[in-house]
Design a protein around this ligand. Structure first.
Ligand code: NAI
Length: 422
């Protein structure tokens, strides 16, 4: 029996079309790994709960985990990122889904609890909300060894687990899949980088000639800056890390503090994992340029001070789906994308399938690795094995028809030795 709560089961046909499109663009996850998993069933008897953005790409991940023998439960990792058609289609395929677009905070946690009630063995999180809830409300799953390992998909989730671990509060083996090379160097940089077009989808705006402020110069934000520049924008970067700021400066961007950047900004896009990147003060809001577009691509809706902006506005007008015009007491208009939530997922479909292929291939292989090696783990953060990272990279290249060189024995000895010098 499939357990589920989705917005509308009648959307399944449309969802199947979306899944069909993603399948052919994710050959590592949907073909190579799935074929092997179908034969070997490495996840037989294992229940996996994923708290992930319910997109067509996550659907492909769920299909492969199921092909490997797992019972799969899914809930959304953000109240606005669930694609209701995909959720409905997955239910028809026997995936247990508790997710719908626009759920409240209370409903969001209800969905997480429904998944945890099924006593999952592996948790795949995106932002840490499910695993933190397991610690708080389902400690018996951790104490009695039901949960054998956990995987985290995004930077903000990893940051939260590092803080938990430091305090001695992390009680599960936690694999930060986000930190694998095949994840954050591609998914974050290319996927979120291209996510700036969500601002275009949102407002149908021309980037060329605009002053576009990108907050941060990390994995996601450096990709965003590059893409904004490619579209002809005058890109201004803000940072708090001196090395990242230097990298941005040497890459040719104008680097200034956010308060200096605000008055001239036509578009401000954040992806820092930090809070109140635009300071949450009325006097700062009043300095925003008339008609400025504000968009966030970081995990939580606090990078742009959404709540405070709503409070400051004297009028809030929805002008397009998930785009609002905020009219301030001083008469200025501000356009807020996606209620301050991940604009690339809310206004568009999230990352292109091609990059999610690598992220989700890692999630599949890590689930298998956890099952195989479960006896050897201790609670805490455990790095993704390099062999798995490299394996995903090699498979991706193979599916792209790209061949690379191999070290000769002589080169291997040279690189790993010290004798040869001047
Ligand atoms: P990162 O750690 O590589 O980069 C973040 C950068 O922001 C750092 O260079 C940091 O110094 C800078 N920063 C921090 N506070 C700042 C502030 N107040 N002002 C200016 N810069 C500041 O992190 P990454 O991987 O780029 O992730 C950023 C956020 O995006 C996270 O919340 C992550 O979970 C999220 N994310 C979103 C995705 C999406 O689909 N929209 C996909 C992947 C990650």
């Amino acid at each position: 029996m499939v357990n589920y709560k989705v917005a509308n089961e009648n959307l399944a046909e449309k969802g199947k079309e979306a899944l069909y499109v993603a399948e052919s663009k994710m050959p590592v996850t949907a073909e190579i790994i799935r074929m092997r998993f179908s034969k070997e069933k490495p996840l037989k008897g294992i229940t996996i709960a994923g708290c992930l953005h319910i997109t067509k790409e996550t659907g492909i991940l769920a299909r492969t985990l199921k092909a490997g023998g797992a019972e799969v439960y899914l809930c959304g990792s953000n109240p606005l990122s669930t694609q209701d058609d995909v959720a409905a289609a997955l239910v028809q395929e026997g995936i247990n889904v508790f997710a719908w677009h626009g759920n409240t905070d209370e409903e969001f946690y209800w969905c997480i609890r429904e998944c945890l009630k099924e006593k999952p063995n592996i948790l795949i999180d995106d932002g840490a909300d499910m695993i933190v809830t397991a610690h708080k409300e389902f400690p018996e799953l951790i104490e009695n060894g039901t949960i054998i390992g956990c995987q985290e998909e995004t930077t903000t989730g990893v940051k939260r687990f590092k803080a938990m671990n430091k305090k001695g509060a992390l009680k599960v083996p936690l694999f930060p899949v986000n930190d694998a090379k095949c994840k954050n160097q591609f998914d974050n940089e290319l996927g979120t980088g291209q996510g700036i077009v969500s601002a275009i989808y949102g407002m149908h705006v021309l980037f060329a000639g605009k002053n576009v402020v990108i907050a941060g110069f990390g994995h996601c934000s450096s990709g965003m800056a590059l893409r904004a520049r490619g579209l002809g924008a005058n890109v201004i970067v803000t940072e708090v890390d001196p090395i990242k700021a230097l990298q941005a400066k040497f890459a040719g961007y104008n680097v200034i503090p956010i308060l200096e950047a605000i008055p001239d900004a036509d578009i401000i896009l954040t992806a820092t994992g930090c809070k109140h990147v635009i300071p949450a003060k009325a006097e700062v809001f009043d300095k925003l340029k008339d008609n400025v577009i504000l968009g966030n691509l970081g995990h939580f809706d606090i990078e742009i001070p959404t709540k405070e902006l709503y409070e400051h506005a004297k009028e809030i007008k929805p002008i397009r789906t998930n785009v609002e015009e905020l009219i301030f007491p001083n008469g200025k208009k501000v356009y807020l994308l996606a209620k301050g939530r991940l604009a690339n997922l809310v206004l568009s479909e999230g990352h292109p399938s091609e990059v999610m292929d690598m992220s989700f291939a890692l999630q599949c292989l890590m689930s298998e690795y956890i099952v195989k090696n479960k006896e050897s783990f201790k609670p805490g953060i455990i790095n993704i094995p390099t062999e798995i990272d490299d394996k995903v990279g090699s498979l991706k290249l193979k599916t792209m028809g790209v061949n690379i060189d191999k070290l000769t024995d002589e080169q291997y000895s040279y690189i790993h030795g010290y004798e040869e010098g001047t």
